[in-house]
Write a protein that binds this ligand. Structure first.
Ligand code: 13P
Ligand code: ZN
Length: 271
């Protein structure tokens, strides 16, 4: 059996959480990541017959029965994952009843999965229906995206349009736009269901005055989506109080989308 601490998926979780912490997006225990793993790959590192403990999830995730995820722990700091992955991360498998997680590795201090597990697993279910290669759901509190929530209307067409205007590549990176939810109580099945509903059409969902969710087929793709939104939000916040002299026109966004052959939300432009 290989050493799990050297597994590529543990390495990816360590690198990504450290990176996000250094960007200032994940203060204290802010943010959480779930990553759908390949059973055969996990079996190289863990005895899949050995369950450390079972933890009820409190909601039905039946479409994910038997699936294995590596997940950040609730109350755990992204800052600390790199030095102590076995306390701050866990590997879980969804059991036959769909409402229980079997802990296969991690949370060695008795901890458990993120309080946002409903939003994560429900989003996995939603994204896998439209993109069977989806693997990662990522939640974080990026500073400028959050700042923009306080000064910009929380309307997904207008919010997406403002972001697309801020960097030439935005419409190419997230042509499907950004879904927006109003402020809602976090950690609940309700916000999980609302997020998953948006994930049927968006890979990015803003949680009003809280943060953002991203979905992707790899850690890099998911991180890159959120990073691009955050860069655009930064430009927005650096310029929002200044007279706007220039902008990227809607006709230019169409040119970009057509040149790079992306399927974009035409209804989010004012043509
Ligand atoms: P957890 O510590 O439970 O992952 O919660 C952090 C967070 O960002 C809540 O939205
Ligand atoms: Zn949060």
């Amino acid at each position: 059996m290989k050493n799990i601490l050297n597994a590529p998926f543990v390495e990816e979780m360590k690198k990504t959480t450290a990176n996000m912490y250094r960007l200032g997006w994940d203060e204290r225990n802010g943010g959480n990541i779930s990553y759908l793993l390949d059973e055969k790959e996990v079996a190289e590192y863990l005895d899949l017959g050995k369950v450390l403990r079972t933890i009820p999830t409190g909601f039905d995730a039946s479409p994910l029965i038997g699936k294995i995820f590596i997940v950040t722990g609730t109350g755990k700091y992204f800052k600390n994952v790199e030095d102590d992955p076995e306390t701050n991360l866990g590997i879980i498998r969804i059991t036959e009843d769909g409402t229980t997680a079997e802990l296969l590795w991690g949370w060695k201090d008795g901890g458990k999965f993120t309080s946002e597990l409903p939003a994560h697993l429900m989003s996995h279910i939603a994204r896998l229906k439209v993109e069977p290669r989806n693997r990662v759901i990522m939640h974080t509190h990026p500073t400028y995206t959050l700042a923009m929530n306080y000064v910009h209307e929380l309307d997904e067409k207008k919010f997406t349009h403002s972001l697309w205007e801020m960097c030439t590549e935005c419409i190419v990176v997230f042509p499907d736009g950004v879904g927006v939810l109003p402020w809602m109580l976090c950690g609940t099945a309700e916000i999980g269901e609302a997020t998953a509903k948006k994930m049927e059409e968006f890979r990015l969902v803003v949680w009003g005055m809280h943060g953002i969710y991203g979905a992707g087929t790899t850690m890099d793709e998911t991180f890159g989506l959120i990073e691009t939104v955050e860069k655009a939000a930064q430009i927005y916040m650096l310029t929002a109080h200044l007279p706007r002299v220039n902008t990227i026109r809607d006709s230019e966004m169409v040119e970009l989308a057509e040149f790079f052959k992306v399927k974009y939300r035409k209804d989010f432009l004012n043509l």
